[in-house]
Design a protein around this ligand. Sequence first.
Ligand SMILES: Cc1cc2nc3c(=O)[nH]c(=O)nc-3n(C[C@H](O)[C@H](O)[C@H](O)COP(=O)(O)OP(=O)(O)OC[C@H]3O[C@@H](n4cnc5c(N)ncnc54)[C@H](O)[C@@H]3O)c2cc1C
Length: 432
Amino acid sequence: MVLQEHNYWLTTAEFPPSDSSRLLLNPVDVAVIGAGFTGLSAARTLAKRGAKVAVLESETIGWGASSRNGGMVLTGMKLGVRKLISMYGRELTQRMYAASLATIDCVEKIVREEVIECDFFRCGHLEVACKQKHFDDYERQAETIEVNFNHKLRVVPRSELSTEIGSSVYYGGMVDEISAGCNPARYVAGLAHSAMNAGAEIFEHARVQAIERESHQGEVRWKITTSRGPVWAHEVFVGTSGYTGPATPALQKRIIPIGSFIITTEVLPVPLAKELSPRNRMIYDSKNYLYYYRLTPDRRMLFGGRAAFFPENDQTVRRSAEILRRGMISVYPQLADARIEYVWGGTLDFAFDIMPHAGQMDGMYYAVGYAGHGVAMATYQGQKIAELMAGDKPENPFVGIPFPGAPFGLYSGKPWFLPLAGAWYKMLDWVS
Ligand SMILES: Cc1cc2nc3c(=O)[nH]c(=O)nc-3n(C[C@H](O)[C@H](O)[C@H](O)COP(=O)(O)OP(=O)(O)OC[C@H]3O[C@@H](n4cnc5c(N)ncnc54)[C@H](O)[C@@H]3O)c2cc1C
């Protein structure tokens, strides 16, 4: 098979049928923008609470990062715990960490309740150290996490690392048994089915172009102008992540879209797959410009990284295939002759402080900023913000934390600084 510039996961999933001729639902209680994990999880929760919900998606269900990711359902956040404690103090960080553990349960509960066949399994994740000093820090991190958050990670010295990974390039590892893996395209398709079963309506190819307050039938509501016509709503929930655009300018200015790319090999023989990842973990390394990888349920090596910082386009995807193949072979020389069958890319959403953010902005609800930890956190935030909208007071430590924009306001949504940021992180990996 020749290399396909196509998302492998999509070849394994079935999405609800699309009907672009259906009239938009009007008026609704809530218009949800974006049909990824965030939007669909919110729509499911709101519809189950009896709200009339329209999900507006500019492309198709799961078209964004939600069908394109590594399927790693990860505990923790992008920032390390000591950094978090220095930013937010011990008590708030404890709540954030507890929430990050709850996100995995949240996904598992939905998968079980809705019988979503997405190969969800609690395989744990393995972080591997690219330098001795990164490994030395694992002991300290594990201790901080155990003392402060009552959660146990297992540090694996280099001498025992072969029980975890068939690679000799790392200085040791750290395992969290709570994390899980899934097939993200099947999961997002299942979430869409469950939201629809609960009564939400999903409208594909309905790009939101403008959102304003206007009087309608004697009431002031949100008027959401879409490429398929207007929708009137009492409330708006924005779940557009790395694809956030000019319809929500305040949010767009706070989100940096960053490209991430993935290759998958051909299906590997059982003994080789077992050698590469004896415990079938979700694996990522300790660099800023990191590699993340795992076996797929049908035993391909899926290998991802930020091969280019710019979001996906034909050029960045094509170039990534060779860059990632070289990266993969540097980790696993055993794969030198393995055929690469798929390459694709997607866009991640980073806030300037690399934290998840959720709450209300300009009167609209939102949840964004998952920084590569979105499979679990997006599902969780969609649900928690929907509960808030429904009048509950759910525990959500990410609501109300400061949500910074660019320093000196030097950003309007066009990330001109990405090449500089990419070079900066490569430099940091070299020196730290
Ligand atoms: C290559 C890659 C690998 C990743 N790997 C992992 C991983 O292994 N583990 C992990 O936890 N996270 C991972 N992530 C991150 C994770 O996929 C995301 O954080 C998560 O999918 C975000 O979900 P979402 O619903 O918020 O956004 P998305 O899934 O991106 O959905 C946003 C949707 O909004 C729609 N939209 C945007 N603007 C409009 C508009 N104006 N009108 C209507 N619709 C609009 C888009 O079309 C899109 O479908 C990865 C991401 C990428 C790209």
